[in-house]
Each structure stands twice: as C-alpha cells, then as structure tokens.
Design a protein around this ligand. Sequence first.
Ligand SMILES: [Zn+2]
Length: 240
Amino acid sequence: MEILIDAHCHFSVFPINQTMGYICNSVTESDWMPILDLAKQNKNIFPCIGIHPWHIDTRSENWDTKLCNLLNNFPNIMIGECGIDKTHPSFDDQIQIFARHIQIASQFNRPIHIHCIHAWNEMFNILKNIKNLPTIVLHGFGGSPETLMQFAKFTNVYFSFGPSILDLTRTKIQHALQIAPKNRILIESDAEIKDSQNILMTIFNQIIKYIEIDKTQIYNNAMGILKNGQITQNTNAVWG
Ligand SMILES: [Zn+2]
C-alpha cells in the first residue's frame, strides 16, 4: 500500500491528488461548510470542523450548538482544529473553548485534532479529566520525549509529525519521534491541500532517517483513526 494520508492539512480548492487522502481541518466557522462541500465531492477528503485557538475571537455566540448540529447531521466528520497555544493571547478563553470542543468530541465519540503549543501541562490536565476520551491526534507534535511518553499513556492518542521535523535544530522532536509508538505515528503537511503531497514526501523521507517505518504502517495508523471515529462511509467509498 503506497497511498499516503496527510493527517493534517487545510482547506484549499483544487488540485486534489486523487491518490492521496487528506484529513482537512478548519480554523474558523466560516470554513465549515466549504470543507463539508469539498468532502461531499471528494471521497478522499476527511473533514474536520472546529475553531483554531488563534481564531477563537471570530466565533459566533452559539458556535458549539452549530458544531453539535453538524456532527449530528454528518456522522462521518471529525473535530478540528482546536487546542491551546500559550504564544497567543486570551489563553484562559482558549482553555474554555478547547474544553468545550473536547467535551463534544467525547459526547459524539469523534476523533479530535489538537493544536498544542507550550501548554502541555494544561493540555494533560484537561485530557485526564475527560471520561471516555475520544481518539486524539496531537497535530504538529513539537513536545519533548518526556511529553510524548506522558501522552502516550492515553492509548488513543496519536502523534502527528509535520514540517518541524525538517528543522534539524529541533532535536527534541527527533528524539520524541524515536520513542513514539509506531502504531500511533502520523505525518502531516499542515499546508493547503494543493501543497500537501510534496511536503508530505519530504517529511516521510526525513522520518525514515530516524526510525524504521514504512508507508503502509503510516497509512494503517491514519486509517485506524478514521475507523475509530466511525468515518467508515467515506473510507469504504475510496479504498473498499
Ligand atoms: Zn493546522
């Protein structure tokens, strides 16, 4: 199996490479419908809806009700991108909004795609208090090996490595990658769909300098998320 699934990318219009899969994240509510429309027309797009911590100020008053309604109407969609980021303002508000996302993910049992920057303790404290933790993807993982070990104790947490693995000065990410459970490693471009393929291949070629893993394993890991989250309808339509 040579198909690659980009575990975290962003909305853009064509071209979409039909031999790849894309877990496509929104950043604001205004992305939600375009992403869902794109996914309706392209069975290899796996849509996620949520509000990025940098964009929480754009949310509408009843954003969470809207999110729940869409999750009810579309049993195959996931939640993301959401999270907490200490390098950005309104950290307390970010925590409130993220906590609501994770509650909803737990309630609907949907995979959730998380952005976490310089806020690992806060993230751990939130997750450890959630009953029925859903499947979680820590996107663009940039933590230390110790952080990775701590989160790996949650058996349904996946670690998605992105362009920061290409920055050779960030050695702690390379070390984290080396101890990550192989069945929970993903790769991502964090780019727009149109730029995804080249970036993803560069990241894959970098990763195999540090660990022994093949594309099939990474593909299976990504499929594990899609299946855990009941995203089987789209998946079956593409790859049977
Ligand atoms: Zn992103």
